[in-house]
Design a protein around this ligand. Structure first.
Ligand code: ADP
Length: 373
């Protein structure tokens, strides 16, 4: 149990019955202590012993609020009248006046304590809100800088290529057709790079603003990956792709569009960061109610210091920056967000012989039950 300067944390427990019981116990404890002190020192304090209880009433209401303070006042007033002052006889009129005077002034102390407590808590809440806002503003500033860098630096290169090649095309219209075709090809590649980057940017910001709606269905991985491979022909070097998922082996509960984005991101990276003729293998296996999809390449691997960051927004490894490889450092960030939206997990194993990215997704119901003994 933690303590603040207004009392133990159980006094503010989220469960109402626990909170009420704790506050009542706190008030009773303060009242009992106050009575014990007054009784012990009544001789020394003389007629002023009434006032010795005020600090305890203050403690009761500072810790547990005005209600608890007033409860302590009531307990002390009753105890004064019945047990200490007049254990046998009835109260004289002047004593009633004294008791009422005591109860009123003690109530004022309880109200003051409660108000102090409320003011303290409000100040603390405001401070926490201010800290949260500062963090949010800081994150927003970082995101803005990242976006600015992406737009100003990463997109500038393909844009200048388009501009240069178009100018050369205009100036050399009677150049050999092969030369013209090469320049047109270069313009097309650069335009595609920009389109991919813009898609990544839009998708990342859509994901962050919570606009992703998952339409989960039963996805059988073998036919899904086979069809995907056929569709990617001409866009990616799929002749390097080997799908090692036996038919009917594994099915997941996933949104097919998101799953496609996840797989395409991972295999694009595998192609991009490994030698041009090296194979890329997609495999899957079952593990504890999940299906783990893995994409293995024979690239240079990922430095452990970099591997810690590759799933962060706008993070690019040194090799990617040096090789000026296409991308904004959003692919794996988007992939992670999509995997997590499915309640899954993504991680990487890497050595200098290559990398394997693993994605664990919930197994489809039929798969989970067929996996059971
Ligand atoms: P991008 O490819 O646009 O740089 P990603 O988010 O897809 O961004 O990847 C982040 C970084 O992770 C890359 O810059 C690269 O350094 C590293 N990376 C990703 N996939 C691989 C891979 N298969 N092999 C080696 N490095 C990789």
């Amino acid at each position: 149990m933690k303590w603040g300067w207004t009392g133990p944390s159980v006094l503010d427990d989220a469960r109402a019955p626990v909170r009420l019981a704790a506050r009542a116990a706190w008030a009773v404890g303060c009242a009992a202590f106050a009575l014990w002190i007054t009784q012990a020192f009544s001789g020394a304090l003389g007629g002023a012993y009434f006032f010795a209880v005020f600090p305890f009433i203050m403690i009761a209401s500072l810790g547990a609020g005005t209600g608890a303070g007033l409860f302590a006042v009531a307990l002390i007033t009753v105890a004064f009248s019945r047990f200490f002052m007049y254990p046998t006889g009835s109260l004289a009129r002047s004593d009633v006046v004294r008791l009422v005077g005591f109860a009123m002034s003690a109530s004022l102390v309880a109200i003051l304590g409660g108000a102090l407590r409320a003011a303290y808590r409000r100040a603390r809440r405001l401070r926490q809100d201010a800290e949260t806002s500062t963090t949010a503003i800081h994150e927003l500033q970082e995101a803005r800088e990242d976006l600015f860098r992406a737009l100003s630096h990463d997109m500038r290169t393909p844009l200048s290529t388009i501009q240069n090649q178009a100018e050369l095309l205009l100036r050399a219209q009677d150049a050999p057709p092969a030369d013209l075709a090469r320049r047109a090809q270069s313009i097309r590649t650069s335009a595609r790079r920009i389109a991919v980057m813009l898609d990544d940017l839009v998708e990342a910001f859509q994901l962050e603003s919570g606009q992703l709606v998952l339409r989960r269905t039963h996805v059988d991985l073998a036919p899904f990956l086979g069809e995907l491979k056929a569709r990617l022909e001409g866009t990616l070097p799929v002749e390097r792709l080997r799908v090692a998922v036996p038919p009917g082996a594994n099915a997941v509960e996933a949104d097919p569009d998101c799953l496609e984005r996840i797989v395409v991101n991972l295999i694009s990276n595998a192609f991009k960061y490994s030698p041009p003729d090296a194979p890329v293998v997609v495999a899957s296996e079952r593990a504890n109610g999940s299906v783990v999809l893995s994409v293995t390449d024979r690239g240079p691997g990922i430095d452990p210091n970099e591997a810690r960051h590759i799933f962060e927004r706008f993070y690019r490894g040194l090799s990617a920056r040096q090789a000026d490889a296409l991308g904004l450092g959003l692919g794996l960030y988007i992939t992670r967000r999509l995997v997590e939206a499915h309640g899954g997990r993504i991680w990487v194993d890497s050595s200098d012989e290559g990398s394997t990215f693993h994605v664990a997704l919930p197994a489809a119901a039929a798969t989970a039950s067929s996996a059971a003994p």
